[in-house]
Design a protein around this ligand. Structure first.
Ligand SMILES: [Cu+2]
Length: 120
């Protein structure tokens, strides 16, 4: 009986450790072009599975509104749209996989404001 309890305790400890590993929090910085070009300063972002936050800075010299959206594996979430000089964040819980991030404003994505977000 005592032995069984010990076993259960070990299993609980292992489960707790696994849960912690999945709950990583990653904050990634992203910046829109300061001269008004429709591009971000990064084309690839990497994060651990868990809560991923992208913090977008829109330089005061960009002269355009921007936002950032994360999409993939049936999920989709976007930040608010910010004018020049603003900052916006988007947070989403992601499992391993490859996602895309892009600016959902106007034609910005088609013009090249997009990249890959690798979660592993
Ligand atoms: Cu944009």
């Amino acid at each position: 009986m005592k032995r069984l309890a010990l076993c259960a305790l070990t299993a609980a400890a292992v489960a707790a450790t696994g849960a912690t590993a999945v709950q990583a929090k990653t904050t990634l910085k992203l910046r829109a072009d300061g001269k008004g070009a429709l591009k971000f300063n990064k084309e690839t972002l990497r994060a651990r599975p868990g809560t991923v936050t992208i913090r977008l800075t829109n330089p005061s010299t960009s002269g355009k509104p921007h936002a950032v959206e994360i999409e993939g594996k049936g999920q989709e979430k976007r930040s608010k749209v910010i004018d020049s000089g603003g900052t916006a964040t988007v947070s989403i819980k992601l499992v391993k996989g490859t996602y895309e991030f892009y600016c959902p404003v106007g034609n910005h994505k088609a013009a090249g404001m997009e990249g890959k977000l690798i979660v592993k």
